[in-house]
Write a protein that binds this ligand. Sequence first.
Ligand SMILES: O=C(O)C(=O)C[C@]1(C(=O)O)C=C[C@@H](O)C=C1
Length: 363
Amino acid sequence: MIRIHDALPQSLQRLVPCLSSKPWEQKHVSSGFYGLKSQTRHAQKNLSVAVFPSRKKSLARSRTNVFYAQSKNVFQITRDQMDKSRGPWEDSSEALDLDNVRSTLIRLEDSIIFSLIERAQFRRNDAIYQPDAIPVPGFDRTSGVRYSLLEYILREHESLFGKLRKYTSPDEHAFFEDGLPHLVLPPLNYPKVLSKDHDEINVNDTILRIYLQEIVPSITERGDDCNYGSAATYDVMCLQAISKRIHYGKFVAEAKFRANRETYVPLIEKQDAEGLMALLTFPAVEERVVKRVRNKAATYGQDIQDELVEGIIQQEVKYKVEPEEVAQLYSQWIMPITKEVQVMYLLRRLEDEPPSESRNDAT
Ligand SMILES: O=C(O)C(=O)C[C@]1(C(=O)O)C=C[C@@H](O)C=C1
């Protein structure tokens, strides 16, 4: 847990605390598409602070003023000025810097690999995936067939977390959108970073199919150990981590589009999917991703002893998940589907903008 005060750039540390000596009350720490973000509210001064430690940037807002600090500089603007300066798109240039977006993809690798390791400790347990094999209290509306245990747990999970507005976040996608509940918390006003209707792009059907047909068989041993609840719970974790990573392709695509608009626009206008795919593909980056996830799977998937033996990586090790399986999962499925999401997103990227000859001038 970061200490808010420590995370503030020095200049804002000097400016903001002098308004009162009362301690700051921490309200909220979250990680979103801006990276780790903390929000605090200063009860006495009605001042709230949002800190983006990884960006060395913070915002302090009162009812009338906004202090914006970056590195050693502090700017003060009125809320009015801030509202007027906001265009239809938020200034998310920093958040959408390709290096920052890629660092989120790197962080998501850890969630995927850890969930796979957890799932792999149990047998395949095919009964989890067969409709009607386990008597869950849920039936398909059209066919009347009882859900599989996995579908039941996934629907229940989405129903609970959906109430807490999980699926209103632009980086979350439900597997069963038909089952999403009413919100019990009011919707949040997310900054507009992605283009309109981006939420119509949802490839979770493909992800679920690949997970069941390819991934589960590659990471688990055949057989049934009756640990249905645990195994299905980790299936949900794996699916959600993979889904988040793949749909993050929308942010990757938006970053690439903003950085290289004049090259993307003609391809989008021609609806040239192949051209877009070629433009957004970086084989050297893909090679590095595969190497890195192989190394991570080898490192996280070992039993680490209290005494580290030199050269442990080279020793005969029984990995919890074969590093090569994780490498292949990335090269065969995760990266190709992430790229498909990028192409789908880009093909629709200009729908949000007025048709104009001066498209290349828009910011
Ligand atoms: O890093 C990028 O540029 C991405 O588009 C992400 C990604 C990936 O899925 O990891 C996909 C396509 C590129 O060829 C390289 C990597």
